[in-house]
Design a protein around this ligand. Structure first.
Ligand SMILES: [Zn+2]
Length: 344
């Protein structure tokens, strides 16, 4: 990875170990060996702990890649998956989101915001079928699906949001983390749209989605893509001089997929026929993301300061090259008539 060295600007193992050698040492006490000291440092500083195997593809070939806003980001050398490491606990994230104040959106804003998601479902799931929206929040999207003729339900960890979904929309909802929910039925489709990147356990959620789907059922995921044109150009050209990469947005976004890592994770969770299509963030979101990132970099060289905001103009080539900022990923559980069928 070309982003700044994760050990730069933080105590290196040697330096930290040397500190530990003298820490609390009493007269006559044998100094710690370097290995003992390193273990002591790792135990008391989670950011120095060993990186976990890749949650997407399962590979043990992982490494610390960079830092962003005080969070260490790890990377899988096999599939390119990136994630916050160590991952916050679900309780930490619960506290983080509960601090947010929410006001109901006007209906026209809801329709505009979810239009690409509704189109994605219409293109992949016949109306009349059952759909479970995972991370359904206040139920806006599930309600729009019901208006289009789907038998829509929602699942979320947020009880207050679910109360709104039942009171305001009359939706059937399930509360909890998807792997922990006991469902009394199976669904034709599961949607995880713009929410996978907020989850601490994406593989377990996707595997749970495979269990709650009928054979031949459809999983739709939309998520920002590390291998989109803007983010890939930014990482290659600008991250080395800005010492930051706008794509990484912890703690709101905890996991960062490209198509290779998404495909690997879905295959591992039991899906076949994994396909992708183009999706794009809206232009205002991207312009704001670039401006906020540049504001974090007061020492950016003049050429970077002048050219970095121009990345927002890559919208058209990104669309033509199928390299948008987001991707829509569609996976299917194996149909009973064709077990083990391998798709695209
Ligand atoms: Zn991987």
């Amino acid at each position: 990875m070309t982003v700044d060295d994760p050990t730069a600007g933080t105590p290196g193992d040697d330096e930290a170990a040397t500190d530990a050698l003298h820490l609390g040492l009493r007269d006559g006490e044998a100094p710690l060996t370097r290995e003992q000291a390193a273990a002591l440092v790792r135990a008391s500083h989670p950011a120095h702990s060993d990186v976990r195997p890749c949650e997407a593809c399962g590979s043990p070939s992982t490494r610390p890649a960079t830092w962003r806003r005080g969070f260490r980001i790890a990377e899988c050398l096999a599939c390119g998956f990136l994630w916050v490491d160590p991952m916050p606990t679900a309780q930490d994230m619960w506290a983080y989101y509960n601090k947010r104040i929410w006001k109901p959106y006007p209906p026209e804003v809801i329709r505009r915001k979810y239009a690409p998601s509704v189109a994605a479902v219409l293109a992949n799931v016949p109306p009349g079928q059952s759909v479970l929206d995972v991370g359904c929040d206040h139920g806006h999207f599930a309600a729009l699906l019901r208006d289009r003729g789907y038998d829509a339900a929602g699942a979320d960890i947020d009880g207050l949001a679910l109360t709104y979904a039942t009171d305001h929309y009359g939706l059937t909802v399930y509360q909890g983390d998807l792997p922990d929910i006991d469902f009394d039925r199976r669904f034709d489709a599961v949607t995880i749209l713009s929410s996978l990147e907020h989850m601490v356990n994406p593989f377990h959620v996707v595997r749970a989605a495979a269990r709650v789907l009928r054979p031949g059922g459809v999983l739709l995921i939309s998520t920002p893509r590390a291998d989109g044109l803007v983010h890939a150009v930014s990482r290659t050209i600008f991250a080395p001089v800005l010492h930051t990469w706008e794509f990484l947005a912890p703690p709101s976004h905890l996991t960062y997929f490209g198509r290779r890592s998404l495909r690997a994770m879905l295959r591992r969770a039991g899906f076949d026929a994994v396909t992708f299509s183009h999706q794009e963030r809206d232009a205002a979101y991207r312009a704001r993301e670039l401006a906020e990132t540049l504001a974090e970099c007061p020492d950016a060289p003049g050429w970077a300061r002048a050219t970095y905001p121009l990345l927002r103009h890559l919208r058209t080539p990104a669309r033509l090259l199928d390299l948008g900022d987001m991707t829509l990923c569609v996976g299917r559980t194996p149909a009973p008539s064709a077990p083990g069928t391998e798709g695209a």
